[in-house]
Design a protein around this ligand. Structure first.
Ligand code: GLY
Length: 371
């Protein structure tokens, strides 16, 4: 890396020591930073799918420093999320993101028994979304009963974890069936992945694709590519099935070919040149996925590409000043839906940035992997 990862991490830790207590003072779960304040999710309160990234970031910083401040803040917000398990109705397949990075991280780093129980509860909820016709249902709307989305590849880690904890292979079977369906119906010949595929909920036959958070139907939403490359790499790490590693490589090669010369990431790799729409969440998640792929394959080119992304973001889009909340600028939740945030700070970009830096520094606690 051109930048000194250790020095950047020290500045992030210093900044977080000052900004994490601001969230605690307001009793809220941050979705993103805005000047000197944190803002909550614009949708669904603490049930919104991004809820796990803040406690996840706090657990990463705790793993890196051992400082109780970060553990306490992670636990404070973990309690907000476990309350949502009881509310239940707004939760969907993204319980993997939400609970593996909060309760799962707590259990991994501290051995807390209640955190393990809560995480198993979330895993059971995710398994309950499995349609035996061959896929995990993504969302709850009655007209989306057959929808599955590429993002779910990341949620499968919760199922692999649960199989390991319980000794019950059902979680593992379901995760593999869903991953195989994704291999068959989301992978495109050029190595990119689709975002949303609708299946017949009775037979499992693919019916049609839908446009999602990218530019248009059939284009390549960059964060979806990052979910695919990282999710398949994790599926390989959890199962040893080489088909998943091959899929991860193919998506990674497509992603690498589209990294901008300045190291930033467009929101969609097939978007028009103007207006400029950057999504550094995709860049950070892509970087972290590429570093894992480098570890799994031993290939330096994946590490170099991950570090190129990190350098681009650190030099152009990373706010390390102690007075403001949030790190990465130019995060874009969705190409067309401005309500979720455009060119702003969003918490999961920061999570993946910190995670990728910890990988560079060999300090990553591997929150997505069972051991
Ligand atoms: N999982 C939804 C997203 O990436 O925005």
């Amino acid at each position: 890396m051109r930048n000194n990862a250790s020095e950047i991490l020290n500045r992030i830790v210093e900044k977080a020591r000052a900004t994490a207590p601001l969230a605690a003072r307001e009793g809220m779960l941050p979705y993103g930073g805005e000047g000197g304040r944190w803002r909550p999710s614009p949708f669904d309160g603490n049930s919104w799918w991004t809820g796990g990234f803040w406690p996840g970031a706090m657990w990463l910083l705790y793993a890196a420093t051992g400082e109780c401040l970060f553990m306490d803040e992670a636990r404070r917000t973990e309690a907000l999320l476990t309350a949502e398990l009881r509310a239940f109705k707004l939760l969907n397949h993204d319980v993997g993101f939400m609970y593996l990075l909060s309760c799962g991280a707590d259990f991994k780093l501290t051995g807390d028994a209640q955190a393990e129980t809560d995480c198993l509860h979330a895993a059971s909820l995710l398994m309950g979304r499995f349609n035996p016709a061959g896929f995990i249902r993504a969302w709850n709307e009655v007209d989306r009963v057959g929808y599955a989305i590429i993002d779910c590849m990341m949620n499968l880690s919760l199922l692999f974890w649960a199989s390991r904890r319980t000794g019950d292979p059902r979680f593992d079977h379901v995760a593999r069936i869903h991953a195989d369906t994704t291999l068959r119906h989301f992978m495109r010949p050029d190595g990119s992945v689709s975002h949303i595929v609708e299946f017949d909920p009775q037979t499992g036959a693919p019916l049609r694709e839908h446009a999602g958070q990218g530019y248009a139907l059939g284009t390549a939403w960059s964060r979806g590519q990052a979910w695919g490359l990282y999710g398949f790499a994790l599926a390989f790490a959890c199962t040893g099935d080489g088909r998943y590693l091959e899929a991860s490589r193919r998506v990674a090669d497509f992603f690498i070919a589209h990294i901008r010369p300045d190291g930033l990431t467009d929101c969609d790799f097939m978007q028009p040149a103007l207006p400029e729409r950057i999504d550094n969440i995709a860049g950070a998640c892509g970087a972290s996925g590429l570093l894992t792929l480098a570890e799994l394959t031993g290939e330096a080119r994946y590490r170099e590409a991950g570090e190129r992304l990190l350098d681009g973001m650190i030099e152009r889009c990373c706010d390390l000043s102690p007075g403001r909340c949030g790190l990465l600028t130019h995060c874009t939740a969705s190409y067309h839906d401005d309500a979720a945030g455009v060119h702003t700070n969003i918490v999961y970009g920061d999570f993946f940035l910190i995670e990728a830096l910890l990988k560079v520094l060999n300090k990553n606690p591997n929150l997505w992997r069972p051991n």
